[in-house]
Write a protein that binds this ligand. Sequence first.
Ligand SMILES: [Zn+2]
Length: 484
Amino acid sequence: MSPPRYDLVLRNALVIDGTGAAPYRGEVALAGDRIALVGAAGLVAPGDAARELDIAGRAVSPGFIDAHTHDDRIVLDAPDMLPKVSQGVTTVVAGNCGISLAPVTFAGEPPPPMNLLGGRKAYAFPRFANYAAAVRETTPGVNVAALVGHSALRLATMDDVSRKASEREIGAMRDLADEAMENGAIGFSSGLFYLTNKAADADEVVAVAARFAEHGGVYATHMRDEFDNVVDSLAETFLTAERAHIPVVVSHHKCAGPRNWGRTQETLPLIAAAAGRHPVSLDAYPYEAGSTVLREDLVTDEYRIMIAWSAPHPEVTGLDLTDIATAWGLGLPETARRLQPAGAIYFQMDEADVRRVLAFPLTMIGSDGLPHDRHPHPRLWGTFPRVLGRYARELGLFPLETAVHKMTGMPAKTFRLAGRGRIAPGFFADLVVFDPETVADRATYEKPTEMSAGIEHVFVNGRLSWSAGETTVKRAGRLIGGRA
Ligand SMILES: [Zn+2]
């Protein structure tokens, strides 16, 4: 008798293949780290697979790709990646918003927002190749696709980031871009909203982005303004990308602040029009609150602000800024000053805008979770099941296969992750088995680290990495994309 041709067959599956096509009943066979076969029930003869797993009509889809993360360091420090794997995530796109762990080191403490990834000691990778080697040595629980941040490049090459870079400094950033792309980075990100990146004008961004483009990179941007000037920022983003000849992802698209609520009716048609001329996509998380460092210029009484962490006052994490201010007998600005350095959750969006952005055909799902925060935004643990459960099943915002496409095939194509994001022969066996009837997020603003429901099995590169209820992950992640 010949040995089995497949290592495993998933029987009795509802196959959602990641392309957006309608689900169908069938089975999926795995061999090594790849999908060998997918098709109708009975395709794999008894004995053809070393193991069989009857998934009892549950859905099997490609593993979810978290299109927007700040997981650069957590994949090394807490490599199980349970917050993500337990949602069905098998790949994270790191290095967003201009913030990446490589290639930069610091003599003193890193300035905000670089401190979202950790302190001076966390920044131990003067070249991207050093970071790539660390990921490979660690074997995290998820695959890592890494962008290189503009703030990281500026801090690595400039003595003063409060001004525009000189020709020589831009040249140095372009050299670092070459090194990163030759060693497995997938592209470039900017965070023009942040102090470390703000002084870069469009010419500087174009000059650096163009070098990433020469290597086949993509460009993701946390725009200069997501508040009153969001339309100007979109125009800058499109022009920058067109001039640099690089596909662009508008990060966590939102119209922030009560004055701008409803304005996605204005921005989304502009984005659709730009996408007719040049490759443009979006990422978004399914919540009405954002989260980043606590910034005094974002402090307002117009919307709720919750403290996610505070270095001098860890005891107030999870409390609202207004309650802390009342307890301390201070105004909001002074309270915010005393909490620094700190992080916050800002309830700055309108639910109707959130739904409009999620439903937009060019929108991918990205958690933007902040894994080092003491009291994190619930998006860290809940984003993907929340899209599948609340937005697809309960609210009917889109069919299940569209939700899955937004978290698999679409990001794989956008970030040029070859062999990922689809259930098809020859593709990597990154798979998630879930129950479409019960999948749901459980993390809340009050209890943000609750594991989601309905995710049953997660395979990474052919390995069964996690099953429901487990608290450890059998790690099989790799650095992927680019030339990795
Ligand atoms: Zn951002």
